[in-house]
Write a protein that binds this ligand. Structure first.
Ligand code: TAP
Length: 491
């Protein structure tokens, strides 16, 4: 396990020597200590990224040359997949098969953006038709510059990959700050980048508190773009900080995503996807479908099957075989989710199952998967992101009512619909005010497809070619033909 900052191709302690504890959420033990970056460390990292961008030529490499580094990083991740997945489990708490999936996905993300980096070489200039034959014009894409990437704790390595891979592919350089509670695998990513010979300063990793290291990144004048995934309040702070010097931003924030199940849906399939939509990663997923709307005719049978299956979920340490629900990421997150359940009960909700620490788990941030019914429409449980394994379920009668209830939220990240009637499913999908819509499933995510939200769920899109565009500026180059005269002042 690494414990130092990675700045300008070198490992170093923080400038004031301070560290923070790494706690295993399954055991509550302190398993490691990591350097806590200061504003001074962040300044060094930004300056290193600046040099790598302005002077040392990372953006001047061809896309194919940059792609070689990205593919090597992908290979480096795969070569150590099981070991890195294990680190993710002891840091974040998620079950090993989920961590293993994430690590493979992160490697795939580097490969995908290697492919797009190569395509930048093939299609660099877009000719533009103009109404005046004396002019020719073209649009070219260029990297934005130095990126400050700030990521959350729910998918530590994968969120790093979603930002670092497209940024490097585009020709940007990066200062990455992982969440303090899950910093181990971002440091491994730096180690892999170092092993494959990524030039110094192209990727820098500064671990430490958001209020110190994160704030120093967003305040830094020499950062050109901020790429953030996390909570709405910090997203607002980032937008405000970016406003001062017109930094580019992309924000992927929270959600309270609906899952609409019609009467014609198969009950078991619906239950499977409802569970996947809210219990995967302990429900700590921005796109979790945490509001389930079930058409009246299916409701009673569906609820009883959902409760029956939810009670069977095996809870435990993510390193044990067969575990499907690990602990929440931290004591703070556990306290917040328990408080949200208590507030829901106080507001009139009924706990159909779960809602408390499971028996036999006195240590670790464990919580039973929870199904809430009778949740008032105006309560926080229905409206606010809980970010834990807690689903609220209620009925609707008509398609119109389902759409109205689904869209009645300040968020618009994701939404799901389940029906055997394809036309109805397409109609509802079109009516959802959300950036990600699933039909007959919930959560499957592909590197190739755009990811991001409407409304307060964010700005910009990650993944796919949209993810690369996040890190590119568009420049027009317009030429006046040699030998022609303009003739405005000088006839
Ligand atoms: P945030 O506070 O938003 O943390 C996300 C990242 O921002 C972390 O790296 C954090 O650093 C950093 N950060 C915090 N304050 C900052 C600042 N002033 N300037 C720059 N960076 C800053 O989220 P959280 O506290 O971990 O979780 C709170 C809630 O946010 C959750 O309960 C959940 O509702 C939501 N959340 C959403 C997502 C997604 S994917 N949309 C992911 C995680 C959490 P440190 O954590 O190291 O301080």
């Amino acid at each position: 396990m690494r414990s130092e900052l990675y700045i300008d191709g070198k490992w170093r302690p923080s400038s004031d020597g301070r560290t923070f504890d790494v706690v295993n959420p399954a055991t509550e033990e302190v398993i490691h200590r990591i350097a806590a970056a200061t504003a001074e460390d962040v300044d060094l990292a930004v300056k290193a990224a600046r040099r790598a961008f302005d002077r040392d030529g990372w953006p001047k490499l061809s896309g194919a040359q940059r792609a070689k580094y990205l593919r090597a990083i992908a290979e480096g991740i795969r070569a150590r997949q099981a070991e890195i997945a294990r680190l993710e489990v002891i840091d974040n708490g998620k079950p090993f098969p989920e961590a293993d999936w994430d690590v493979a996905d992160a490697a795939g993300c580097f490969d995908f953006y290697a492919g797009l980096a190569e395509q930048l070489d093939n299609n660099p200039e877009e000719p533009i038709a103009l109404p005046d034959a004396r002019f020719t014009s073209k649009a070219v894409k260029e990297p934005i510059g130095v990126v400050g990437a700030i990521i959350p704790w729910n998918y530590p390595l994968l969120m790093a990959a979603w930002k670092v891979a497209p940024a490097l592919a585009a020709g940007c350089t990066v200062v990455l700050k992982p969440a303090e509670v899950t910093s181990l695998t971002a440091l491994e990513l730096a180690a892999i980048a170092d092993d494959v010979g990524l030039p110094a300063g192209v990727l820098n990793v500064v671990t430490g508190a958001g209020s110190v290291a994160g704030q120093a990144i967003i305040d830094h004048r020499q950062v050109d773009k901020l790429a953030f995934t996390g909570s709405g309040p910090v997203g607002s702070k980032i937008m405000a900080a970016a406003a001062r010097d017109i930094k580019r931003i992309s924000l992927e924030l929270g959600g309270k995503s609906p899952f609409v199940v019609f009467d014609d849906a198969d009950i078991d399939e619906a239950v499977e996807w409802i569970m996947f939509g809210i219990f995967w990663n302990q429900g700590q997923v921005c796109s979790a479908t945490s509001r389930v709307l079930v058409q009246e005719g299916n409701y009673d049978r569906l609820l009883s099957r959902l409760v029956e299956e939810t009670k069977k979920i095996r809870i435990g340490n993510g390193l044990e075989d067969g575990v499907l629900l690990g602990p929440l990421v931290s004591k703070r997150q556990h306290q917040q989710v328990v408080a949200a359940i208590e507030a829901a009960k106080a507001a009139g909700a009924t706990v159909a199952c779960g809602g408390k620490r499971p028996e036999g788990f006195e240590t670790g941030y464990y919580l039973e998967p929870t199904v809430l019914t009778d949740v008032p429409l105006e309560s926080d449980a229905w409206r606010e992101e809980i970010f834990g394994p807690v689903v609220s379920i209620r009925t609707f009668s008509t398609e119109e009512e389902a759409i109205e209830l689904a869209n009645d939220s300040r968020f618009g990240l994701a939404a799901a619909v389940m029906s055997r009637d394809d036309r109805r499913a397409e109609r509802v999908a079109a009516a959802f005010r959300a950036g990600i819509v699933w039909i007959n499933c919930s959560q499957p995510t592909f590197t190739e497809a755009p990811w991001g939200g409407y409304k307060e769920s964010g700005i910009g899109r990650e993944l796919g070619r949209w993810g690369l565009d996040n890190y590119l500026e568009t420049k027009q180059i317009t030429r006046f033909a040699t030998g022609e005269k303009w003739g405005w002042y000088i006839k």
